[in-house]
Design a protein. Structure first.
Length: 182
């Protein structure tokens, strides 16, 4: 797994349409259920993985543009170095956008919450987390945050076709960590 960066999110309780009673809230990487702190891309402070190199950058962006971070939860992401091409049914390498500087500061403390499978059909920012966005948590066993328990579970489910007919890929696997500010 490779360091991908940080995000501040407004974590949503499980919507009624997600038919997975064991899910309490949604820690998805995509913003479809639990929204990012802002529509941040136009500020061009993100890194090549379309996240942030530190919580400090998110805080500074919030201050500079009067974006409230009240009620946000901070996450740190690591990503598997290959993505699954759902049309060719193969794993292939990918890399971050090289025009963005990257200097990710690892967290001093992090807690693994689980693994998310995320679509990247335009190969930039995360588009969809099918476990929540497409209600796959109703048929795939997830934890209380609508995430998979292990990397192996995520990889096996992708290869077995569990994410077919959800959203366009390619699919990337993320380790989702909750972090406290230093």
């Amino acid at each position: 797994m490779i360091a991908a960066g940080y995000m501040a999110k407004r974590v949503a309780k499980r919507p009624e349409w997600i038919q997975a009673p064991t899910v309490d809230d949604v820690y998805s990487v995509s913003r479809h259920v639990s929204d990012d702190f802002a529509d941040y891309i136009n500020y061009w402070k993100h890194n090549g993985y379309w996240f942030f190199d530190s919580i400090g950058i998110i805080r500074a962006l919030g201050h500079e543009h009067a974006i409230s971070l009240e009620g946000c939860k901070f996450f740190y992401y690591e990503v598997f170095d290959q993505e699954y091409d759902d049309e060719r049914k193969t794993w292939q390498s990918f890399s971050p956008e090289t025009s963005f500087a990257m200097s990710i500061v690892p967290p001093t403390s992090k807690r693994l919450e689980g693994y998310d499978v995320v679509t990247f059909w335009v190969h930039t920012s995360p588009k969809c987390s099918p476990l929540s966005c497409n209600n796959l948590a109703a048929t795939v066993s997830t934890n209380r945050h609508c995430l998979l328990q292990t990397f192996e579970d995520a990889k096996q489910l992708i290869e077995a076709g569990a994410f077919d007919n959800s959203e366009r890929g390619p699919f990337r696997i993320f380790a989702v960590y909750s972090v406290e500010e230093a």
